[in-house]
Design a protein around this ligand. Structure first.
Ligand code: ZN
Length: 462
């Protein structure tokens, strides 16, 4: 796509022009693109215009509205798809450092992941690894990530420096972790994180109990009351394995979802990752209690755990968005790639090529994600009053030409490399496919440092 970043620096002319036209001065205009608003009517505006002032969208429409505004900066989105920034509703970004270790191995978690984490995870590793993961996401059009890891303060720091939005959850487990010497030490760390970032513009702190089976009910209830006190989310792996279902059936005569309801965790504070093993009653409970669900298709099929009934959940009005899970699980942090898996695997398991159409999948990646994190009043669609988190995807590359239906092109043809521009909170973070907020060569050099250490430990574990 021919992209022009026009700086209106002809100040004399501009000032005269503004005064004469009495135009409203704004910070950024996007023009000439095909705008997927993802609003309630799924309105598409051809040759459309988005007007941004500071961090918010203040107007959206056809090119007629251009007459009313003058901008410091104008982006020409000719031949581009202008869409809401995508939301990765579940990841562990710092695990980019361990990416591809233990692939195709049965007990990856105990054999590789836990030993690697206990030996190598430090604040610096989390800082570098999260930045690296975030860069991959940003360049693939993800503007918000929901992250769960250790030393989450360092992860939040890396995101702020990049200018990315994040829901950052400190992991809590009933055992020692890389940053907590005693069981449940993550709770105190999460409280500190929450107090530090509670009012932050880009970072939303969160409590992240790892799972139901790795935390007891007393501590889960304590975490829930803290989340209510601080008004922050709780994120957790939920109903991810058959073994988890069997355990709760045997011990409590309940599904994991019923168990969470019985202890008061099934609320609108919860972002439940995976939800593979959920029955119709569970789906009703998730819907009734306004729980957010993160659907991680490629991680779930790579691990052969199962396929979440995401279509059924979406059609039942559940707040469901897409996630990648950590880079040791799905290897890629690419939400565009997720969209293709979601559409195709749902068609396959339902034996019906008409189900899970592209429009629905794009909705899950954008507005669905915003609903899953309970931030749809601010994110997920391009509408007046929402935060300016916007992505432009070019359609000039061979794989995107021709584009007849932008939803289809995004789900079935596009890859992360087609993302040309990324705007977060009204600021341009990626322009012409280049990251503006960090030196990518420096990032690559940072990551190389870990390679020898990881290979040495992984070699011993073989
Ligand atoms: Zn996970």
């Amino acid at each position: 796509m021919k992209k022009k970043l026009i700086y209106l620096l002809c100040l004399c002319f501009s000032i005269i022009s503004f005064a004469k036209d009495n135009n409203q001065k704004v910070s950024l205009i996007i023009k000439n693109g095909t705008i997927l608003t993802m609003n309630e009517d799924h309105k598409i505006i051809e040759d459309g215009v988005v007007i941004i002032d500071k961090n918010k969208i203040i107007a959206i429409g056809d090119k007629e509205i251009l007459k009313e505004y003058s901008a410091t900066l104008t982006l020409d989105a000719q031949d581009g798809i202008v869409m809401p920034g995508m939301i990765n509703t579940h990841t562990h970004a710092a695990m980019t450092i361990f990416r591809s270790i233990g692939d195709d191995v049965g007990d990856r978690l105990n054999r590789y992941l836990f030993p690697l984490e206990s030996k190598l995870v430090t604040p610096t590793l989390v800082y570098d690894g999260t930045r690296h993961g975030a860069i991959e996401m940003l360049k693939g059009g993800v503007t918000t990530m929901v992250d769960m890891y250790y030393f989450e303060d360092q992860a939040a720091k890396a995101l702020k420096e990049l200018g990315m939005r994040g829901i950052m959850g400190e992991t809590i487990m009933a055992k020692q972790t890389p940053d907590a010497k005693k069981p449940y030490g993550g709770i105190d760390i999460a409280i500190k994180l929450t107090e530090k970032y509670k009012e932050d513009e880009l970072i939303t702190p969160a409590f992240a109990p790892h799972a139901t089976y790795s935390n007891d009910s007393t501590h889960l209830q304590k975490i829930q009351s803290l989340a209510l006190k601080y008004d922050v989310p709780v994120m957790m792996h939920v109903a991810e394995t058959q073994a988890e279902v069997d355990k709760y059936k045997a011990e409590y005569g309940m599904t994991p979802i019923q168990y969470l309801q019985s202890i008061g965790l099934l609320t609108n504070k919860l972002i439940a990752a995976h939800c593979i093993f959920v029955d119709d009653n569970d789906i009703e409970l998730l819907s009734k209690n306004d729980v957010g669900v993160s659907h991680n298709m490629s991680a779930n099929i790579k691990s052969a755990k199962g396929v979440s009934p995401s279509l059924k959940m979406f059609d039942n009005g559940i707040r469901i968005g897409l996630g990648t899970d950590g880079p040791m699980s799905s290897n890629s942090l690419d939400i565009i790639a997720q969209m293709g898996y979601v559409a195709k695997v749902q068609k396959l398991i339902n034996k019906d090529r008409t189900v899970m159409p592209a429009k629905k999948v794009v909705e899950m990646a954008t507005l669905g994600g915003a609903k899953a994190i309970h931030m749809e009043d601010k994110l997920g669609s391009l509408e007046v009053g929402k935060l300016a988190d916007i992505v432009i995807v070019e359609t000039q590359s061979a794989n995107m030409t021709p584009t007849y239906n932008p939803y289809s092109s995004l789900v079935y043809s596009a890859h992360a490399g087609n993302v040309e521009t990324v705007i977060i909170n009204g600021k341009i973070i990626v322009n012409d496919k280049k990251l503006l907020t960090f030196d990518e060569n420096k990032d690559r050099e940072n990551i190389k440092v870990y390679r020898h250490k990881v290979e040495k430990i992984a070699g011993i574990l073989k």
